[in-house]
Write a protein that binds this ligand. Structure first.
Ligand SMILES: [Zn+2]
Length: 447
């Protein structure tokens, strides 16, 4: 079938070389050219004029817990990828735990792919898991196309995905280094967490005290030493303690291959504002004080922090009881990450270009997706169309993830996602997802 092509025209196209008025030509699902704003569309191409709405590269969210199969009452591929599409996310990488089976064998990976394939509204890739005893599985998983391996240093919250002991971590990282792979880590020190008073009851302050920042700092220091020793690539997931930033910055200056991400909730919410009993704000590591949030923004500005990704980790509403000791830890924000981060970014004088780098370009780079993460010829025609000056109030009923519990309920956010495009096809229009045209992604061998 002849592809007559498409042109998206906007006065604010966020390209890899700056913001400009441009017409972006698309054919065969790829960007073919970034043309002057008033350029005549190539013969027969359909012109979509976006006016002053900003055209961003589609977001790449490398930290999503879809939980399918096995815990589909919590979330599933249809609901998660619909939420993603509505929120401007065109690629997500699924975490290996909370689904049953967890993605710790090739067989489990294939089971997850079979379930995801017909449901995907956006492109979906998979992390593998490193758990006790599965070192022999890491190479087959790597060859089968997982984007890297996740591990825990302390209990994960689900029994079927145990943490690694220090010796097991060392063995897993040695293997991953041999493969040229990537280890992504939930970095909290188990002894320091075990030594803190266990949380119970509705007070957020008690929960916060149970997950001290020193636990993150110490775990990250240990990971830096391991990455250095194995010359391995290690990535710190969901960094909350800003005190760890100088350690990471110093390690990188010295050539250690360590990167770090943070999350919309750490950048936009503060411990001071969490009401007692409001366990929709519970996650591990926790949302910390306002001064810590300021320091995380400084870490983004000085590029110590590479990416901002959701750590979307929902559960059923009943598991979010008012007791911080018992409630499931996880914040669901897949659909809201872009407006949440943009709202705080604009207040602090950051640009949409920076937001696109944190939420699209850098996460695509982290997982080696060379066809994602930028508006330039040759990349996939994945876009988020954003009205940056328009605001809205978050209503859980407008969210597409399965259990629309959210820490952002009632908040007024800037940045309305008008539409989302995947390989040149509109997959969401004014918050309503359309066709499930997503594909499954595999890690691309290094160029
Ligand atoms: Zn997570």
């Amino acid at each position: 079938m002849a592809d007559v092509g498409l042109v998206l025209r906007s006065t604010r196209v966020i390209t890899s070389s700056g913001v400009r008025a441009a017409s972006v030509a698309v054919a065969g699902g790829r960007i073919t050219a970034v043309l002057p704003h008033q350029a005549q569309p190539p013969g027969g191409a359909r012109l979509v004029d976006l006016g002053d709405d900003a055209l961003l590269p589609g977001l790449v969210d490398t930290h999503v817990h879809v939980n399918d199969p096995g815990r589909t009452a919590w979330e599933g591929f249809t609901s998660a990828t619909r939420a993603a599409a509505a929120g401007g996310v065109t690629t997500l990488i699924d975490m290996p735990l909370n689904s049953i089976p967890p993605t710790t064998t090739v067989r489990a990976l294939e089971a997850k792919r079979a379930v995801a394939r017909p449901q995907a509204h956006v492109d979906v890739g998979f992390w593998g898991g490193a758990v006790p005893g599965n070192v022999p599985e890491l190479k087959p998983l790597h060859q089968a196309g997982v984007f890297g391996f996740k591990c825990f240093l302390l209990p994960s919250g689900v029994d079927e995905f145990p943490q690694l002991s220090p010796a097991e971590l060392d063995a897993a990282l040695a293997e991953i280094a041999d493969l040229g792979g990537l280890l992504v880590v939930h970095a909290e020190d188990p002894r320091l967490i075990a030594g803190a008073a266990a949380p119970s009851g509705p007070r957020y302050a008690d929960f916060l005290a149970s997950r001290p920042r020193e636990a993150e700092n110490r775990a990250i220091a240990g990971l830096i030493a391991l990455a250095r020793r194995h010359r391995a690539r290690v990535h710190v997931l969901h960094l909350s303690s800003a005190e760890a930033l100088p350690l990471i910055a110093a390690a990188r200056r010295e050539g250690v291959r360590i990167t770090a991400e943070t999350c919309p909730h750490f950048l936009t919410l503060t411990a001071e504002e969490v009401p007692d009993g409001a366990t929709e704000f519970k996650c591990c590591p926790p949302i910390r004080e306002a001064a810590n949030r300021d320091a995380l923004w400084a870490g983004l500005a000085d590029t110590t922090l590479d990416c901002v990704v959701s750590d979307h980790s929902p559960c059923t509403a009943d598991l979010k009881s008012a007791d911080f000791g018992r409630a499931w830890g996880g914040i669901a924000s897949l659909q809201l990450g872009l407006p949440a981060v943009w709202t705080e970014a604009r207040r602090r004088g950051h640009t949409l270009e920076e937001v696109a780098r944190w939420m699209s370009t850098a996460p695509a780079q982290l997982v080696g997706l060379r066809t994602k993460g930028a508006i330039e010829p040759g990349r996939d025609a994945d876009f988020a169309v954003l009205a940056p000056e328009e605001s809205f109030t978050v209503r859980p009923a407008d969210l597409h993830h399965r259990n629309p519990v959210t820490a952002y309920a009632g908040k007024t956010l800037y940045g309305l996602v008008r539409s989302t495009w995947l390989r040149g096809t509109k997959i969401a229009d004014h918050g309503t997802p359309t066709e499930p045209t997503g594909r499954l992604l595999e890690r691309q061998p290094e160029a």
